[in-house]
Design a binder for this molecule. Sequence first.
Ligand SMILES: CCCCCCC/C=C/C(=O)SCCNC(=O)CCNC(=O)[C@H](O)C(C)(C)COP(=O)(O)OP(=O)(O)OC[C@H]1O[C@@H](n2cnc3c(N)ncnc32)[C@H](O)[C@@H]1OP(=O)(O)O
Ligand SMILES: Cc1cc2nc3c(=O)[nH]c(=O)nc-3n(C[C@H](O)[C@H](O)[C@H](O)COP(=O)(O)OP(=O)(O)OC[C@H]3O[C@@H](n4cnc5c(N)ncnc54)[C@H](O)[C@@H]3O)c2cc1C
Length: 663
Amino acid sequence: MEGVDYLRDERKKSEFDVEAMKVAWAGSREAFQVSDRMAKLVANDPVFEKFSKPTLGRKEMFKNTLRKAAYAWKLINDLHLTEEEAKWLRHYIDEPNYTDLQWEMFVPALEGQGSEEQKRKWLPLAQTMQIIGTYAQTELAHGSNVQGLETTATFDHETDQFVIHSPTLTSSKWWPGGMAKVATHAIVYARLIIDGHFYGVHGFIVQLRSLEDHSTLPGITVGDIGMKFGHGAYNTMDNGVLRFDRVRIPRNQMLMRVSQVTKEGKYVQSDVPRQLAYGTMVSVRQTIVSDASKALSRAVCIATRYSAIRRQFGSHDGGPETQVIDYKTQQSRLFPLLASAFAFRFVSEWLKSLQTDVKQRLEAKDFSTLPEAHACTAGLKSLTTAATADGIEECRKLCGGHGYLISSGLPELYAYYVPACTYEGENVVMMLQVARFLVKTVSEMSYKQPVGTADYLGRMAPLMHNNCDVQTAEDWLNPSAIVKAFETRAVRMIVDCSQRIAKFENQEEGFAELSTDLVEASLAHCQLIVVSTFIQRLKQEIPGKGVKQSLEVLCYVYALYLLHKHQGDFLATGYLTSKQASLANDQLKTLYSKVRPNAIALVDSFNHTDHYLSSVLGRYDGNVYPKLYEAARKDPLNDSDIADGINQYVQPILKQKLHLAKL
Ligand SMILES: CCCCCCC/C=C/C(=O)SCCNC(=O)CCNC(=O)[C@H](O)C(C)(C)COP(=O)(O)OP(=O)(O)OC[C@H]1O[C@@H](n2cnc3c(N)ncnc32)[C@H](O)[C@@H]1OP(=O)(O)O
Ligand SMILES: Cc1cc2nc3c(=O)[nH]c(=O)nc-3n(C[C@H](O)[C@H](O)[C@H](O)COP(=O)(O)OP(=O)(O)OC[C@H]3O[C@@H](n4cnc5c(N)ncnc54)[C@H](O)[C@@H]3O)c2cc1C
């Protein structure tokens, strides 16, 4: 039998309706149809082929990406694609480029931080790509600490302008995507100075390049920061360095929704919280959570299909060897990742609805849920990107040696994905923001009832004293037993930290001293959110034969895998006995055997095209070995029998007339 037959047989084992599961994964039939249509559009268009990428040099690679982006823009216009369709189209092209910054950061920053007048002027230009923008916040010496940025924007009364300046080498803007070669404009974050007084960091719209000939404008020095991790991966993006030598911009190019500077040089703070100036980061963090499920599902799809095809050991009397997916160890590494992909998918949907709610409230000047939204996006960004980056690497290992080949799709995916742990808020720094929110919530509880994702903190008294009542492995197949375990673990970890911080005279010092424990407590809180969201999702109607049941199994896998992985926390906080933890692990193993027959159908439900996967190991048809051969044959080293350099450097060695005795 060949891989093709193995996958065909696997698909027959499925116990649920795959087409209905595709809809459950996508969120709705409409969402499925849009993403499916765009995936096929990209996969079937030769302009978007990506197999040649690993053999291209940086300049060719960059130019090729520009070509694809231009073609995509033409398609978007010619086919009158909706915003949603255009988003999916760009996603499936699968090459980081300047348009990511344009649509994910530049436009949202204008929308979220611009005044009505500014939006009227700048948004149409950006939305029609008459200007191309980037988000220039990070500097050589400061990324996480936004208030530490050094670039200055000094108000000049006489000319009614701001003077944007990079006073030091370390104030050079460093990292912004699309900035080195493409962007014509940037939203530059700089310290506002009026009459010698500092007014904190604000965003300013600054033109970098001529709209006539694309040359850099006077006072601007801009370039690329150099190659990044991996060969292809993020190197299609021109991350840039930028310096200003007293560049002047009109006063009305400071983003003025949150605060304004008048003609007289008066600083006016609107009646909105200053944190709204960080709003772009919050909205992108939500997108990053959604992207985590896409990247993880992609790696899991490759590793699962290949694990069903790959056979090692266990052959008796010349019979077939064991499919590696049947090894319990393979299942215990792979299936939690499969479950995590679904968990991240559902939590990202929930986070999106939370954001929509916050946006509506902000418009009505209700800022009460802003801290929670910040904590949720920061924490879930951190949790999902860390787990996805680790998960992709685990999938590579699950594919053995072939996983290390570029043609497996996994090394490129990993190199492309890992910076998500750093950009848009370094993961530990983000978890500390969650910790700040939790500690503050606990400290305010005597007069303010916690709500939303923190409401369980309001049930502190019972949660601090109850014990788990699970007695058999089956008892763990109970959503309320699971939620209670996760709530109790989180509450006890948070309260423990809060109590220890309270003993410090200086609370900030206490926070710093306990930061390692605080990060763990924040992770426990965020895991509770993911687990609860998965459980809540299952309470909704989910049509299709066996779909809900399969998702229930995955939900339990996700929760009990976390419980097993972090059993130290669960035991240390005293809620579980070691017997109960061990019963959870027994149940987990039973659940793996329920996932097993559905594994291939579950990864088919992601609806990933072969183009998107770009993996010989993850091919839908399972025709792995012949295609591995074919991909290898295409390597430039195989163009000729005698490679360049052999005659020059190898033959002379071979032809030496040295005698062994003389060596
Ligand atoms: C999917 C497409 C991908 C596109 C490509 C991605 C390209 C990448 C782009 C980038 O990376 S852009 C640069 C991103 N940079 C960051 O994310 C920087 C991270 N740092 C920060 O966000 C902040 O500086 C900080 C770490 C949150 C600290 O901020 P600051 O020092 O100003 O504040 P604090 O004094 O700590 O906090 C004050 C107060 O405000 C709360 N808060 C902080 N941020 C927010 C927010 N975004 N929304 C609401 N509230 C916020 C914070 O918790 C404090 O609250 P209290 O404790 O006072 O209640
Ligand atoms: C691929 C890529 C694309 C990017 N694109 C953009 C872009 O378009 N625009 C833009 O403006 N920026 C961009 N960035 C920059 C990115 O946002 C920053 O790198 C990120 O915010 C992290 O900041 P940093 O580099 O200063 O890390 P640092 O803060 O220097 O982190 C270094 C270490 O210090 C630790 N640390 C820092 N502060 C604390 C603390 N308070 N407590 C405990 N530990 C701490 C961190 O956990 C980390 O381990 C990009 C970065 C990458 C990698």
